[in-house]
Ligand binder design. Structure first.
Ligand code: FO1
Length: 317
């Protein structure tokens, strides 16, 4: 099967996931790619429903994302934020004017009873996104971070307000047991030739998606491949390496491969700087492949996506 004709499901969190999803979308036709996005980071701010990972993926696919931060909108203005700050509103989480329109409209429609997946489908169409983007669930799931210094914190409180500084002890995904995969999620996985776990945080971005899908045996017959978010023991962005270390695990691409493990993973993509770890990955009965995984330019996103698809083709010809 030619890589471009494969049917692929990508599991994505925020910025790293969005970049690889964008690379895949540059190669695969709309009918051959579904991106399933973490909603455990979702929360209410200023009375508005904010879905940070969903918006990061959508803005990136639409070419609307802020290239400096990876989240939020390009060419953003901050008039409302400045006025809210002046009025004494909580200002630790920044919502720009353009981004605010997304939250106002999403919140209005959620309050009218429309499911998040349906709202997302419509917003994607309006932003000109042709590939399918699905929230992992329409049901409420809240990632909670248990910390040494401050006890249990809601995810954005830990991530943005406390700047990931508290020491992590564990995670809880409130609501996950009763959360059902959003319409289209299981169908897309069943129809997929391959599943790509994007280079997102395994603990707080990918695990909530996997725990929502629940029956992970479905992955084993579908060639699942993960791309490491840890390069040379560090993350490009975000606290994944710090989380591994605080949980007593040496942060490395190998730790990520172990986290998902076999039989969930058939293959594992690690950065060329970590090529020395390929044998240890192979010892986990996961086929390793090393290449450049840094996606600082649009061309790198496409190249990594192409490398991943070619790797999948070699794994499951
Ligand atoms: N991240 C920050 O570090 N500071 C912010 O003020 C912030 C605002 C924000 C607004 C909308 C949005 O969609 C994302 C935003 N993010 C912000 C990013 C976000 O909190 C995290 O990147 C994800 O939740 C982790 O994947």
């Amino acid at each position: 099967m030619k890589p471009e004709t494969m049917s692929v499901v990508a599991l994505a969190g925020g910025v790293g996931g969005a970049k690889l999803a964008d690379g895949l979308a540059q190669i695969l036709p709309p009918e051959n790619l579904t991106v399933i996005v973490n909603t455990g980071d979702d929360f209410t701010h200023w009375g508005l429903n904010v879905s940070p990972d969903l918006d990061t993926v959508c803005y990136t696919l639409a070419g609307l994302a802020n290239p400096a931060t990876g989240w939020g909108r390009m060419d953003e203005t901050w008039n409302v934020f400045e006025q809210m700050e002046r009025l004494g509103a909580e200002a630790w989480f920044r919502l720009g004017d353009k981004d605010l329109a997304t939250h106002l409209e999403r919140t209005r429609r959620l309050r009218d009873g429309e499911p998040l997946s349906s709202i997302t489908r419509d917003l994607c169409a309006r932003w000109g996104i042709r590939h399918a983007v699905l929230p992992m669930t329409d049901d409420p799931v809240a990632t909670m971070v248990d910390t040494v210094e401050m006890g249990e914190l809601a995810f954005q409180e830990y991530f943005v307000h406390q700047r990931c500084e508290p020491t992590v002890k564990g995670f809880r995904f409130a609501g996950i047991e009763s959360a059902r995969p959003a319409p289209g999620v299981l169908e897309a996985i069943e129809a997929a030739d391959a599943i790509v776990i994007c280079p997102s945080n395994p603990w707080v971005s990918v695990d909530p998606i996997l725990k929502t899908i629940k029956n992970l045996e479905i992955f084993e017959s579908r060639c699942a491949v993960a791309v490491s978010p840890i390069i040379g023991g560090k993350t490009v962005k975000g606290p994944a390496a710090k989380m591994f270390a605080e949980l007593g695990i040496v942060p490395s691409a190998l730790a990520v491969a172990r986290h998902y493990g076999s039989p969930l993973l058939a293959g594992f993509v690690l950065d060329a700087v970590d090529a020395a770890l390929t044998e240890a990955v192979a010892d986990l009965t996961i086929v390793p492949f090393s290449t450049n995984t840094i996606m600082n330019l649009s061309d790198n996103r496409r190249q990594l996506a192409q490398d991943v698809l070619n790797f999948i083709q070699r794994l499951a010809p």
